[in-house]
Design a protein around this ligand. Structure first.
Ligand code: GLN
Length: 244
C-alpha cells in the first residue's frame, strides 16, 4: 500500500511538473544589428521583432531562446536545425521560399538610400563609379547587385558587410558612398549620426517569420500566435512603442 502511494505521489509530481518542465523551447535566430527590429541593449535582445516573438510565445505557451547570428547564416541555420525559428525583419521572397516556410506577413517596408551628410550627395550616387554598401544576402544587396551592378548602372563596387554596424561605420568614415537598406532601419540610423536619407526605393517588402521548409506544425503555431497578438491589440502597442 505504501509503495502504491509512493508511486502515485511520484507520478503526480512528474505529471504536475510536466506542464512546466516540458514546455517546448524553440531556438530563435536573429541578426541583432537592425534597430528598431532587433538590437542589443544592456546585453538584452530588444526591438519590435523580439517583443513580437515573445508575445507569440506567450500566447502559444512555448519558451524561446534567442541566438544572434549573421543575417546570411540564418536560413542555413534553419536548414541544419541549429535554430528553429528566424525573426529578423526578413522579407518573404520566392527564392527564400525554396528553402524555408514563412508565416503570414507582419510588417511592410521599402528600401532606402543613405549617405553622409554635408557632401552634396543625392540619389544619383547609385549611378557610376561609386562604392555602394549593403548587408550580405539582404534584399538591399540583391537590389543593388541585380538592378544596378549587373545592368552596368553602378560601375564601381558593391561592398558587402556581415553586420550593419560595420557598414554604418564605413559610411560615416567615407569608405563607401552610400548604403542601401530597409527604410525603417535607415531612419533609425540617421537619427543620431551625421547621415541623411536621400531616397526611397519602392519594393513593398513583406516581413515574415521563417521556419525550416515544411515544418507545418510550428508554422501553424506561429500564425495562430501572430493572429492572437494582432487581435488582442498587442501588435498595435508594439507598433506605437517602436515606430512612433
Ligand atoms: N528585409 C531585408 C531582407 O530580408 C533585410 C533584413 C535584415 O538585414 N535583417 O533581406
Amino acid at each position: 500500500m505504501r509503495k502504491l502511494m509512493y508511486l502515485v505521489l511520484v507520478l503526480a509530481l512528474v505529471l504536475g511538473l510536466g506542464g512546466q518542465a516540458f514546455a517546448q523551447t524553440y531556438v530563435v535566430g536573429t541578426s541583432a544589428d537592425f534597430p528598431p527590429f532587433e538590437y542589443i541593449e544592456d546585453g538584452e535582445f530588444v526591438g519590435f521583432d523580439m517583443d513580437l516573438m515573445r508575445a507569440i510565445a506567450d500566447e502559444m505557451d512555448f519558451e524561446i531562446e534567442f541566438r544572434d547570428i549573421s543575417f546570411d547564416s540564418l536560413i542555413p541555420g534553419l536548414r541544419t536545425g541549429t535554430i528553429d525559428i528566424v525573426i529578423a525583419a526578413m522579407t518573404i521572397t520566392e527564392e527564400r521560399k525554396q528553402a524555408v516556410s514563412f508565416s503570414d506577413p507582419y510588417y511592410v517596408a521599402n528600401q532606402s538610400v543613405i549617405v553622409k551628410e554635408g557632401l552634396d550627395r543625392d540619389l544619383t550616387v547609385l549611378f557610376g563609379d561609386n562604392r555602394i554598401g549593403a548587408q550580405t544576402g539582404t534584399t538591399g544587396d540583391l537590389w543593388v547587385t541585380e538592378r544596378l551592378y549587373d545592368q552596368g548602372i553602378l560601375t564601381g563596387q558593391v561592398v558587402r558587410y556581415e553586420t550593419f554596424d560595420l557598414a554604418i561605420e564605413d559610411l560615416v568614415n567615407e569608405n563607401v558612398e552610400a548604403l542601401v537598406l530597409d527604410r525603417p532601419v535607415a531612419e533609425r540610423f540617421v537619427e543620431d549620426r551625421p547621415l541623411i536619407l536621400v531616397g526611397e526605393i519602392i519594393t513593398h517588402e513583406e516581413y515574415g517569420i521563417a521556419v525550416d521548409r515544411g515544418n507545418e506544425e510550428l508554422l501553424q503555431k506561429l500564425n495562430e500566435g501572430l493572429q492572437r497578438v494582432i487581435d488582442s491589440g498587442r501588435m498595435g502597442e508594439l507598433i506605437d512603442k517602436y515606430f512612433r
